[in-house]
Design a protein around this ligand. Structure first.
Ligand code: HEM
Length: 931
């Protein structure tokens, strides 16, 4: 028989007992916890009433009362705040892993793809994998080195644009964030998102894009009530969640567009070489062996993290540094004294110089001490119960470190509120998270992942801003009036943006050419200043019209003033320079009178007198000549980038499509792209291998010709030149132009004409055109070279146009079956790629192709000709080596039998001995072979 069901009263009694038990156990358990001290919380709001608009300052005040570890409540969430270096060490080092989660806040949910980025994802395998990518792939020292040029270029474009403001007040942060955004967007997305010229390629204009980012930064910094009183989040009382959703949509549209472009670029390309960080992330997301799936969302979230994390923080730090220096001009003076002493006024500061600039480095540390971009770091959450300083921190507690307070702790810093870089001199306090007194990038597992890049940008930009400009406050403003108030957002910037005036303190040519050209002649300086000044003199539409006469008068005055200024500046500069020794130059011609037909020999003779580093003057241009291994190393390695420009010669202008080839193009994005194309596309190991058959065929043809002329004297150079020309033109143009084509084929050039054109090209690219050295006589074309260059360039252009047309016709005919067969094909394909960083125009394709033919033809033929000439002068060496080549074959035989190796032979006699032994063993075989 079934038992009757228990009466309802039994249920009620059991329920009550359970509740009582739970409450009792909670009380008992609760009693045992020793929580850090802190203010009594209000129901619902907790201690929000004590937190003002600058939470780090409110918490700083509370810490004075409750001590270096305290607990408050944000709504219903317990929050522990560490406010001393010791407690920070306990949180970020001792209990690092136990406290490595992040709170689940609305910004993480709505703006970073549901916590899929690094900043807001929980500690665990997914986060570890993202960090590993960053450390090993994105911010590895090798990759950072690789991208140094991008940083240098963008920094120089900032310095150049500041030069243009010269004397006019401007908002500093806007300029500085352009620098960080352009560096980061080029590294991450492969394009500069601050340039108006990029407008057409993206979904937003640079202005719109910056506005979206600003909105994102603000929303990631707000104190959202729903994060701390979760049941209120539904009401979205501050309207933040609505804004987050809207901005997330805009951001997603932008990133999706970038992803599609990157996908299209990679599609179908075997062994695609990643060109930027998004490429790397996409490649990683395809990797099936990853521990945790990464996916498209991961790529998007991480891309956003890199852009958002990297942009504001560096700009804000640079702005604070300048604001502090404007308040303390004596610090600025000390910094510039150091910069003048270590760097001098003839160049910019390079990244590698920072180690030699302790005072400038101290300024950066002092700025970061007082103006940490993240005064409370990014909040963490306890993953398990821990104890710090004898207090319990239960699992789930939010934990923060107030680095703003630590940076002002009088026990650590003397006169903590004073900006005093000297406090760091001679002290071993670094910023990379090892020292808990100074942690601008945080510390422990969650330390800023981009700090190696951030540090580089901030150091070199601040150093160059100080080196390149005198900074002043706008006229009429006193330093005492400069406020130092901040706002609490993602990066704690100055409340009122700093407006300052920058006045150049280095010679003008450095601003115009940046690091591309080091020292220029006065002619260039005239050009630079005139280029810069004349447009300013032109009439603005709003101004009343002036007569042509007046305009010309102002031009003339501008010229005169500019020339006088330059002459004066040159005189002053000359007095300061410690130039290398060299012969005294004549007016106008400089030292051209000392340069004979073989300039290298003339310079060799001069270097015997003036040493391994000397200065001569070609017309009005100073020319430095290095003539020893050490000097070569200094020029080509130590200062490689500085000396990477090319002079603007007539040959470059007239024979290479106005410097559009690799040889004469100025060092910069166009040239770098050209080099990259060569390394990755044109001369990649795979492509060279695919052309091996051409080399073999042409070499065999040469041997056959030589065999035919056996015993008769020949002009070896012509034969050798034919081989290189054939090989190169088959590889580059797809066919050789040194043999007569069939009767029916219409020739664009005869073999003779083709060779003549090349000879003329080599000659004109090697001549010393007087106009290059004395620009104002260039128009006279005294040697007639420029006329010849122009004629030649016409002929070449006709030829190249024909070649390009032929290639394009084949491509059109073969349509989908088309495959690149030669280098012109590859170049045309690259030129049609819309994703190229710098557009490769048709004249660029022609210039490159011409470069490849010219560069590859003469040099190899000349080298072989020299080798044969030397051999003919010293036949014994030739015979010794020829016999030694044969010895490889002999070795195979002798080593087995008598353990004798010809590798040790050092004389003809020993080789002879080996040959005898070999002969005894292989006579019958050799005879057979001879027959
Ligand atoms: C002056 C430059 C920079 C400063 C001062 C700075 C500062 C910080 C700070 C204080 C944190 C929080 C660390 C913590 O919670 O303990 C952080 C995190 C982070 N930063 Fe930076 N940062 C800078 C540059 C960059 C750059 C250039 C990038 C990327 C391109 C970047 C990406 C990140 C990311 C992704 C995180 C989250 C790390 C994690 O939660 O695991 N930061 N940064």
């Amino acid at each position: 028989m079934d038992n009757p069901p228990p009466p309802a009263i039994t249920y009620t009694a059991a329920g009550l007992a359970t509740v009582v038990l739970i409450l009792l156990s909670r009380r008992l358990f609760g009693r045992k916890l020793k929580l850090p001290p802190g203010p009594k919380p209000w129901p619902i709001i907790g201690n929000f009433n004590l937190i003002g608009p600058l939470p780090h300052r409110s918490l700083h005040e509370l810490a004075k009362k409750y001590g270096p570890i305290m607990q408050i409540r944000f709504g219903s969430v317990p929050v522990v705040i560490g406010s001393s270096a010791e407690v920070a060490e306990a949180i970020l080092k001792t209990h690092d892993i136990s406290l490595a989660d992040r709170p689940k806040i609305a910004a993480g949910k709505y703006t970073t793809y549901n916590y899929s980025d690094i900043t807001w994802s929980q500690y665990g395998p997914y986060w570890s994998q993202l960090r590993k990518f960053c450390n090993m792939e994105i911010f590895s020292p090798k990759r950072l080195d690789f991208y140094q040029d991008v940083r240098v270029e963008e920094l120089h474009s900032l310095l150049k644009s500041l030069y243009k403001t010269s004397g006019t007040p401007f908002k500093t942060r806007e300029k500085f964030s352009d620098l960080s955004l352009s560096v980061i967007s080029r590294l991450v997305l492969g394009r500069n998102y601050t340039l108006e010229s990029e407008k057409a390629k993206g979904v937003y204009t640079p202005h719109e894009f910056k506005k979206i980012l600003d909105e994102l930064f603000v929303l990631n910094g707000v104190l959202e009530i729903g994060d701390w009183i979760p049941w209120l989040s539904y009401f979205d009382l501050q309207g933040n969640i609505k804004k987050m959703k809207a901005v997330a949509k805009k951001v997603d549209r932008f990133i999706e567009h970038e992803l599609e472009e990157h996908d299209a670029r990679r599609k179908g390309v075997k062994s695609y070489v990643p060109k930027d960080m998004m490429d790397i992330l996409l490649q990683l997301s395809d990797d099936p062996s990853l521990d945790v799936e990464f996916g498209r969302t991961g790529v998007k979230a991480l891309t956003l993290d890199l852009i958002a994390g990297g942009t504001e923080s560096t700009a804000v730090t640079a702005e604070w540094a300048l604001a502090e220096l404007l308040k303390k001009p004596e610090v600025f003076e000390k910094a510039t004294e150091e910069l003048d002493r270590v760097i001098g006024r003839e160049r910019w500061v390079e990244e590698k110089d920072i180690a030699n600039l302790p005072y400038v480095t101290a300024i950066m540390k002092e700025t970061m001490r007082l103006h940490n971009v993240s005064p409370l770091l990014v909040p963490r959450v306890a993953r398990e119960d821990v104890q710090i300083s004898g207090y319990d921190i239960p699992k789930g507690t939010v934990v923060m470190v107030n680095v703003w307070t630590i940076g002002r702790d009088p026990k650590i810093w003397e006169n903590p509120n004073e900006f005093c870089p000297e406090r760091f001199l001679g002290k071993d306090i670094e910023v990379e998270g090892q020292n808990f007194k100074l942690m601008p990038f945080g510390a422990g597992k969650r330390i800023c992942v981009g700090y190696p890049l951030g540090l580089k940008i901030i150091q070199s930009s601040v150093a160059n801003l100080l080196h390149g400009f005198h900074w002043k406050l706008p006229r009429g403003m006193k330093k005492e009036e400069l406020d130092m108030e901040e706002i609490f957002a993602l990066s704690t910037p100055k409340k009122n943006p700093l407006v300052a005036v920058a006045e150049p303190r280095l010679p003008p040519h450095l601003y115009s050419m940046g690091h591309f050209v080091t020292r220029k002649g006065w002619w260039d300086v005239v050009k630079i200043v005139v280029d810069r000044e004349l447009p300013n003199l032109s009439l603005r539409p709003t101004e009343p019209a002036t007569t042509k006469m007046e305009t010309w008068v102002s031009y003339a005055f501008a010229w005169l003033a500019t020339v006088s200024l330059i002459l004066l500046a040159t005189r002053l500069r000359r007095r300061k320079f410690n130039r290398p020794p060299g012969p005294k130059p004549w007016p106008i011609i400089g030292n051209l009178n000392l340069i004979g037909e073989l300039p290298h020999r003339s310079l060799h003779a001069l270097s015997q007198k003036y040493g391994p580093l000397m200065q001569v003057q070609f017309g009005s241009f100073p020319v430095i000549v290095g003539s020893s291994v050490e000097m070569a190393k200094t020029i080509l390695k130590t200062h490689d980038v500085i000396f990477s420009g090319r002079p603007k010669t007539a040959a470059g202008k007239y024979t290479t499509y106005n410097y559009s080839d690799i040889t004469w193009s100025p060092y910069g994005p166009y040239w770098r792209q050209a080099r990259k194309m060569c390394l990755m596309e044109l001369f990649s190991a795979k492509r060279l291998e695919s052309y091996e058959y051409i080399r073999v065929e042409e070499l065999k043809a040469l041997l056959k010709t030589l065999h035919k002329s056996s015993g008769r004297p020949i002009n070896l150079k012509d034969h050798l030149a034919d081989v290189s020309l054939n090989v190169i033109s088959r590889m580059v143009l797809g066919k050789k132009y040194t043999v007569k084509s069939s009767e029916h084929e219409k020739e664009i050039v005869t073999p003779e004409e083709f060779k003549e054109m090349l000879d003329e090209l080599f000659l004109l690219n090697g001549v010393l055109d007087i106009g290059d050295s004395i620009p104002w006589v260039a128009f006279l074309d005294l040697q007639g070279y420029i006329k010849r260059m122009k004629v030649l360039s016409k002929k070449f252009d006709r030829f190249m146009e024909h070649v390009l047309d032929e290639h394009e016709a084949r491509r059109a005919t073969e349509d989908k079956n088309w495959e690149p067969k030669d280098m012109v094909d590859v170049l045309l394909q690259l030129a049609s790629d819309p994703n190229l960083e710098v557009k490769l125009e048709r004249h660029g394709v022609k210039a490159f192709s011409q470069d490849l033919i010219a560069g590859g033809t003469e040099s190899s033929a000349v080298t072989v000709e020299w080798a044969i000439s030397e051999i003919l002068r010293k036949p014994e060496a030739f015979f010794f080596h020829r016999r030694k080549f044969r010895a490889i074959e002999m070795d195979l035989c002798l080593m087995q039998d008598i353990n004798f190796s010809t590798r040790n032979c050092t004389s003809i006699e020993e080789i002879q001995q080996a040959e005898n032994l070999y002969g005894q063993r292989t006579e019958p075989v050799q005879q057979e072979h001879k027959l």
